[in-house]
Design a protein around this ligand. Structure first.
Ligand SMILES: Cc1ncc(COP(=O)(O)O)c(C=O)c1O
Length: 439
């Protein structure tokens, strides 16, 4: 019988061969016949080999690949703690819920406290606020950065405000100078939803490293993927331990899976009304969940991390290509702009149809769709208009005029690294043909 090491080698070789045969076919892009996706996974044989390698370990839960993946993220961002989760939404839920922990004493978030966020965003940035019985306070965004208006943010702050929880919209960093200044001045927690911005920079520093906590998503549309997956990053050790506890059933014990008695006091402590020496592995100090990532996902993520810098470059390049394509028609469109001091690894190319334009967003989007070019809205539009929000308690501070305008007139195209020159050529042709009708 062959030994397991040589079998693994053989399997890896076959997987590489399989990749060539299954995914490297001579597919020629045919405009109008093949879709131009707005996003998608980009990978090679390394992701497949890692996934199979992790499957052969059959460890399944957090293991060596999780360690490796976490370390790569920590090195890339320059952060101390990375906690892997099963999605970006779970990361948001955990980051926010961690701030409600009694371990934080008076600093903890309590039901009824207010949290400033934007209505033009993704639902699961806001859901954790509601799920924890706090009050979201919605403020408007600026166009063409699509990020929180810092003037509106400042006006929304009251003695009840305890936290700011916002995303770097579509990869474009929000004004971190002002937002961190206001958070410090008013003693507020800051969570950066970095799900769409992994690799973006502000003042030369990666987003996700400014707030008390930040989250990342590894859903296939994002900068790197593990299929489903996410992470929380923080430089605060105490917060990291709380997040880990909420992620792992609420347990007090912080041993990694497969480990025992790391604290050396497994059977000698006293907690609340439990008997002395009750097994620390089964002591629960939070009302928790299980939102962990599997090692197979982490194995894919580890291979993706090696590609992140080139993926970010490609996103920036694709953004430039689309800018050049739309720039001649700036009388019809508001084109996206990076926030001052920002270097975005763009999640997408966001466009708003001007009020004065002779056509509507729907007409253009329909034209793209008919030609198999995918577009998307800025997520929920104005979230308070969504059916789920009919009975939610929230506060609106100031006007949401831009948010409403975005809901009605804005869409985005993809910038992901899987887009080819032929696909961009197709987008250009369809756009030109459409515009010709109005010139
Ligand atoms: C800004 C933002 N936050 C959070 C999420 C949620 O991430 P996931 O799909 O991994 O749950 C997304 C979605 O993709 C997002 O765009």
């Amino acid at each position: 019988m062959k030994d397991k090491t040589s079998l693994r080698k053989e399997i890896a070789g076959l997987v590489a061969e399989y990749y060539q045969s299954a995914f490297q076919g001579p597919l020629q892009f045919q405009p109008g016949k093949n879709p131009v996706h707005y996003a998608g996974r980009v990978f090679d044989e390394k992701e497949l080999i890692n996934a199979v390698d992790a499957s052969l370990d059959f460890w399944l839960t957090e293991g060596r690949f999780s360690q490796d993946f976490s370390e790569k993220i920590a090195d890339f961002l320059g952060v101390d703690n990375v906690i892997l989760t099963n999605s970006g939404s779970s990361a948001n839920l955990l980051a926010f819920t961690a701030l409600t922990s009694e371990k934080l004493g008076d600093k903890r978030l309590k039901p009824g406290d207010e949290v400033i966020t934007v209505a033009a965003g993704f639902p699961s940035t806001i859901s954790p606020i509601i799920q924890n019985n706090l009050i979201p306070v919605f403020v408007d965004v600026d166009i063409p950065t699509y990020n929180i208006s810092v003037e509106a943010l400042e006006k929304a702050i009251t003695p009840k405000t305890r936290c700011i929880f916002i995303a770097h919209t579509l990869g474009n960093p929000f004004n971190l100078d002002e937002v961190t200044r206001l958070a410090e001045k008013h003693n507020l927690w800051l969570i950066e939803d970095n799900c769409d911005a992994f690799g973006s920079k502000y003042q030369g520093r990666y987003t996700g490293t400014f707030g008390h906590l930040a989250t990342i998503s590894f859903y296939p549309a994002h900068h790197i993927t593990t299929g489903e997956g996410g992470a929380i990053v923080t430089n605060d050790e105490a917060l990291a331990n709380i997040v880990r506890s909420f992620r792992d059933w609420g347990r007090d014990c912080y041993c990694s899976s497969g480990e025992n008695n790391t604290c050396g006091k497994r059977f000698s402590q006293k907690f609340s009304d439990l008997p002395v020496g009750y097994d620390h592995k089964y002591v629960y100090s939070e009302i928790g969940y299980n939102l962990k990532m599997t090692d197979i996902q982490a194995a894919i993520g580890s291979a993706q991390m090696d590609k992140l810098p080139s993926f970010c470059e490609s996103r920036k390049q694709n953004f430039k290509t689309l800018t050049a394509m739309f720039a001649p028609y700036s009388r019809f469109f508001i084109l996206p702009e990076a926030t001052e001091h920002a270097d975005p690894a763009w999640f997408s190319f966001i466009v708003t149809v001007k009020e004065s334009s002779p056509f509507s967003r729907e007409e253009l989007v329909n034209q793209f769709t008919a030609n198999l070019i995918e577009t998307r809205c800025l997520f929920a539009g104005n979230i308070i208009k969504q059916p789920a929000y009919r009975h939610v308690t929230y506060r609106v501070s100031g006007s949401l005029a831009n948010t409403d305008y975005i809901m009605n007139n804005t869409f985005f195209l993809g910038t992901y690294p899987g887009l080819t020159p032929a696909m961009f050529g197709h987008i250009d042709t369809v756009l030109k043909e459409f515009i010709l009708k109005f010139e």
